[in-house]
Design a protein around this ligand. Structure first.
Ligand code: PLP
Length: 366
């Protein structure tokens, strides 16, 4: 008897994928996936329909045109960039290329839910360092968690789901402490929304691409550019490393529609700025109201806020759905995206009920 076909234990041991609350009901506002509420720029929509008629053709194998445009925008060389089917696919590529059974990947927790899954599939071990009580990365503890087995440290700023951002000097000091044989992957999915005074300047840290041999920065078109459904992200780092990663990547990894749409998005900077500013204005309105209700939300720097209510987050999400919007519950709290003003008002109404029930008293910013 040969027995049954099985996948590797690290894969068969993964929890089954449970889809989030459905966004298919048009009467329910979707505040559970950190999407922006606006459609992509008009030029992006035009690019999508233009390229449709050429869908019989393969796109560029590694997206050289988009890499070139991104390099120009960021003051890098094309060789410092790779693009992928969303930045999550680039993180998967990096992990697949860098780690295997016995290696450790250090990251703050709670952070992006994709991290533990992607690490587990490789067979490597996640080392999760608890966030500070205010939802920030604990860089001291993260540095201390690095061992001889550590190959990669993930840093997410602003952090999903707590929405707190690290400062430039925090990241700089952390990079100086990380051994040169450990790769730091800086996930900046929400960089556009970060308005901290000392915002991380990752391009300065990359120093033209070659300043640090062990730093990769991830960005995405999914959030500020409103292109989550198209799937494009990019990674920036030293050309030697990027060249090897490119060789290990899926050829034609970004489809023609997404690639051309991303080019058009880069040329629609004013539109993107307007979308981002609208989100930030709503975020200011919503967080002021939440503080007045008694919630301590810190200074959210993503397009979402975090209510640290522990396991009650599941009850919160169920009530959210009943009141007309989706929210994303985690064991430590609930994450709510800044969406349309009407959706944010619904979310504020639910937050007010909970604040009363929890006996919260107004938080005054200092
Ligand atoms: C949304 C998000 C991404 C983007 O993922 P894509 O694959 O580019 O859509 C990456 N990192 C974090 C932390 C995110 O929240």
């Amino acid at each position: 008897m040969a027995g049954e076909f099985t996948l590797r234990p690290s894969v068969s041991g993964l929890p089954a994928y449970v889809p989030g609350a459905s966004g298919d009901d048009p009467s329910i506002y979707k505040l559970s996936s950190n999407e922006v509420p606006s459609p992509p720029a008009p030029a992006v929509l035009a690019a999508i329909s233009d390229v449709a008629a050429e869908a019989n053709r393969y796109p560029e194998m590694y997206g050289d045109t988009l890499c070139h445009a991104l390099a120009q925008r960021h003051g890098l060389s094309e060789g410092n960039l790779i693009i992928g089917n969303g930045s999550v696919s680039l993180l998967e590529l990096i992990l697949r290329a860098a780690v295997t059974t016995g290696d450790e990947v250090v990251y703050s927790w709670r952070s992006f839910e994709a991290y533990p899954i992607l690490v587990q599939v490789t067979g490597a071990t996640s080392v999760q360092v608890p966030n500070t009580p205010t939802g920030e990365h604990d860089f001291e503890a993260m540095a201390a968690a690095i061992t001889e087995r550590t190959k990669i440290v993930m840093v997410c700023t602003p952090n999903n789901p707590t929405s707190q951002a690290a400062t430039h000097s925090q990241i700089g000091a952390f990079l100086d402490r990380v051994p040169s044989n450990v790769l730091v992957v800086l996930d900046e999915a929400y960089a556009h929304f970060d308005r901290t005074e000392e915002k991380v300047d990752s391009l300065a840290l990359l120093g033209g691409g070659e300043a640090r041999a062990n730093l990769i920065v991830l960005r995405t078109f999914s959030k500020a550019y409103g292109m989550a459904g198209l799937r494009v992200g990019y990674a920036m780092g030293p050309s030697g490393l990027m060249s090897q990663l490119r060789s290990a990547s899926t050829p034609f990894g970004v489809n023609a529609v997404a690639g051309r749409a991303a080019l058009a998005a880069l040329e629609s900077e004013d539109y993107t700025d307007e979308v981002v500013e609208a989100v930030i204005a709503e975020r200011a309105r919503v967080t002021a109201e939440l503080r007045a209700q008694g919630w301590d939300v810190g200074e959210p720097q993503g397009n979402f806020y975090w209510l640290p209510i522990g396991e009650r987050s599941h009850a919160y999400a169920a009530e959210a759905l009943a009141s007309g919007f989706t929210a994303r519950p985690f064991p430590e709290g609930v994450r709510v995206t800044i969406g349309e003003p009407e959706a944010n008002d619904l979310a504020l109404a639910l937050a007010a009920t909970w604040a009363r029930d929890l006996g919260l008293t107004p938080v005054h910013p200092d």
